[in-house]
Design a protein around this ligand. Structure first.
Ligand code: HEC
Length: 143
């Protein structure tokens, strides 16, 4: 084989290999894009595009769906050492519960001293208004 031919074959080979590679990258990229937008959708935390009438029943479902039990316990269920929400309706007003779910950081600063912890550990929830109201309604049933 002449040197030129070898070089040509080599170039062709290189082109086809990088071509395949580029193609693969593109699909990978598209896949990543897809899963990225899927994550974006779930982090937006809206199961319904149209608002639902707030209710305790919805609140109970949302409490589970948003895994509040990762940090909270109700009647011994949920996080074992979690912040208990037992009988919260007897201890806290509707406004107190609403304000905390709306913006835990801000509410914690405002209500310093009324929690059993020294700093706010509850992350922002970014919920829709009807979702907050439903959770308030649900927690109001825990007397
Ligand atoms: C990462 C842990 C975590 C998650 C998840 C979490 N919370 Fe909390 N929550 C806390 C902690 C800790 C407190 C105690 C005060 C604080 O740190 O702000 C608290 C306090 C509260 C309070 C005030 C309780 C009281 O009587 O003082 C309410 C109401 C509440 N959370 C509701 C919810 C709801 C509803 C969800 C789910 C949408 C939720 N939390 C998710 C950690 C969490």
């Amino acid at each position: 084989m002449s040197k030129r031919l070898t070089a040509a074959v080599f170039t062709l080979l290189l082109l086809s290999v990088s071509g395949v590679h580029a193609g693969q990258k593109q699909t990978d990229g598209a896949e990543a894009q897809k899963s990225k937008s899927a994550t974006a959708k779930t982090t937006k935390r809206s199961k319904h595009s149209t608002p639902v009438a707030p209710s305790a029943k919805q609140g109970k479902l949302l409490y589970k769906a948003y895994q509040c039990f990762d940090c909270h316990s109700i009647e011994g269920k949920g996080c074992k050492n979690g912040y208990s929400l037992d009988k919260i309706a007897s201890k806290r007003s509707k406004d107190f519960i609403r304000d905390h779910i709306k913006d835990p950081d801000k509410h914690f600063d405002k209500q310093q001293g009324s929690f059993d912890v020294d700093l706010n550990l509850m992350p922002p929830q970014n919920l829709e208004k009807w979702e907050i109201e439903s959770l308030v309604e649900y927690l109001q049933t825990l007397k």
